[in-house]
Design a protein around this ligand. Structure first.
Ligand code: ADP
Ligand code: MG
Length: 443
């Protein structure tokens, strides 16, 4: 029997055994490469699939293969590079490295190198790496989900950064689902959805963060569905994240949900104690700081469910040490972190946050809440919006309402702006830390 016939027959049987998502995850782009005596060599698209087939599915697969050809007694797996997809090679202007970076909208700080891997995020990490090996051809889409602060954005951005680095010409685009939504809404309003689509078609890798935000946005979902299909058909890589699996996103159109489920779904769970320690140690290394092991362990024990807060606690300790110009004892650290271990603390209300920001910049609360355009007011206002979003998890509409019913794109703009600035402005970073410390200490 010809090799490809044999493999077709095997795949047809495998397909009956696995869910469609699993089938496409593990068997898309596999092929029979060679048969010699009793061994069948199977080509797979990346080392991740190889690993999985070898360790988890080899026996089953061999049984199925032997149903088709009982002379085969052994399977061997090899990674074969899939030739670049046609969608990528269409003639187009080559961009400079600078332009590619600019379009991509990525934070260069998020890389695979500084991403700590433990059993809680192993699958998501491996799948993400696999995507960078062969964008657009293995897991499409890759859907990563997990609770807030567990590394989704870091991982998604690492994919983008890695692809930018590895390739010369692929165009990467990262955006939040909020930005996607506001672009679509605006395009509908201006009746130029076609030109928006042309914009998107140029991307080879489209990364959309926090797609749970699409919940209930029917019109946006409808347009995104078409956009998704167009990109998908052209073998463009799509990467998505969400705080929950597709089936748990409320008010998500069925057809979009099934698209989200059509590739690889990987979750990130809570990091175990050892991973939390590893993360803290890595962050200290990066910052070139040292704190006592007992303090590291205490932080890892206290903050369990959110890596952003884990980092925040560490930063708070480091900054307090710097302000006091001495190393903190375990007892002092315990006192310092008492507040964050009680998330329901009343002091941590949005109102108190606004007051803390106002105090810090010598303003009155009503100044910050006003719509004044004075520079010395605009910046603190944007900072307050940023902290409300990032540290209090407030929604954009909520923030907009708090600040006098502004259009919520103003809030999005403010948060994005501060986020960008924080990437290079160490001074601003410290200001924000001081505000947070004052807030939790309640002065
Ligand atoms: P999410 O998008 O899931 O809310 P983020 O990706 O923003 O979470 O992660 C929150 C913070 O924790 C970021 O500063 C990120 O760099 C850090 N972080 C998350 N996971 C890891 C990890 N595995 N290794 C190192 N840092 C991590
Ligand atoms: Mg995120």
């Amino acid at each position: 029997m010809e090799l490809h016939k044999l493999w077709e027959a095997v795949l047809a049987r495998v397909e009956l055994e696995l869910s469609p998502a699993n089938f496409s995850t593990w068997f898309k782009n596999t092929q029979a490469v060679e048969k010699s005596k009793d061994t069948l060599v199977v080509g797979v698209p990346n080392s991740f699939v190889k690993e999985w087939l070898q360790t988890k599915y080899a026996k089953n697969l061999l049984n199925i293969v032997r149903e088709v050809d009982n002379k085969i007694r052994r399977l061997e797996f090899v990674v074969i590079k899939i030739s670049q997809q046609t969608g990528f090679s269409a003639k187009r202007k080559t961009l400079t490295e600078f332009d590619r970076q600019k379009i991509a909208n990525l934070n260069p700080r998020y890389t695979f190198k500084n991403f700590v891997v433990g059993s809680f995020n192993e699958l998501a990490h491996a799948a993400s790496l696999a995507v960078t090996e062969n964008p657009g051809s293995v897991y499409n889409p890759l859907f990563v989900y997990g609770k807030v602060g567990l590394g989704k954005t870091h991982l998604l951005q690492a994919i983008g950064n890695e692809i930018l680095q590895k390739t010369q010409d692929l165009r990467v685009k990262y955006m939040s689902a909020e930005t996607l939504t506001s672009q679509i809404v605006q395009a509908i309003r201006n009746q130029n959805i076609e030109s928006l689509k042309r914009d998107y078609i140029q991307y080879d890798v489209l990364i959309i963060d926090d797609v749970q935000f699409l919940s209930g946005k029917e019109k946006t979902q409808e347009e995104f569905f078409h956009l998704f299909n167009t990109l998908y058909q052209k073998n463009k890589q799509i990467v998505l994240s969400s705080d929950r699996p597709p089936r748990a996103i409320p008010a998500l159109a069925e057809r979009l949900r099934s698209r989200f489920e059509g590739g690889m779904i990987a979750d990130i769970s809570y990091p175990e104690f050892e991973s939390r320690i590893a993360i803290l140690k890595r962050k200290l290394e990066e910052k070139n700081h040292h704190i006592k092991d007992e303090v590291i362990e205490f932080i890892a024990k206290t903050v369990q469910t959110n890596i952003r807060e884990l980092e925040g606690a560490l930063n708070r300790v480091l900054l307090t040490q710097k302000l006091k110009q001495k190393e903190l004892s375990l007892k002092e650290v315990k006192d310092l972190l008492k507040e964050i271990s009680i998330p329901s603390n009343k002091k941590l209300s949005p109102k108190n946050l606004i007051k803390a920001v106002a105090d810090f910049y010598d303003l009155k609360e009503k100044d910050i809440l006003s719509s004044s355009r004075k520079r010395e007011i605009v910046k603190p206002r944007q900072i307050a919006m940023y902290l409300l979003k990032e540290n209090f998890g407030c929604s954009y509409p909520f923030i907009a309402k708090l600040f006098g019913g502004k259009d919520h794109t103003t809030a999005i703009y403010a948060v994005e702006k501060i986020k960008k600035q924080l990437e290079h402005d160490e001074h601003l970073f410290q200001e924000l830390e001081v505000i947070k410390i004052r807030l939790t200490e309640g002065e």
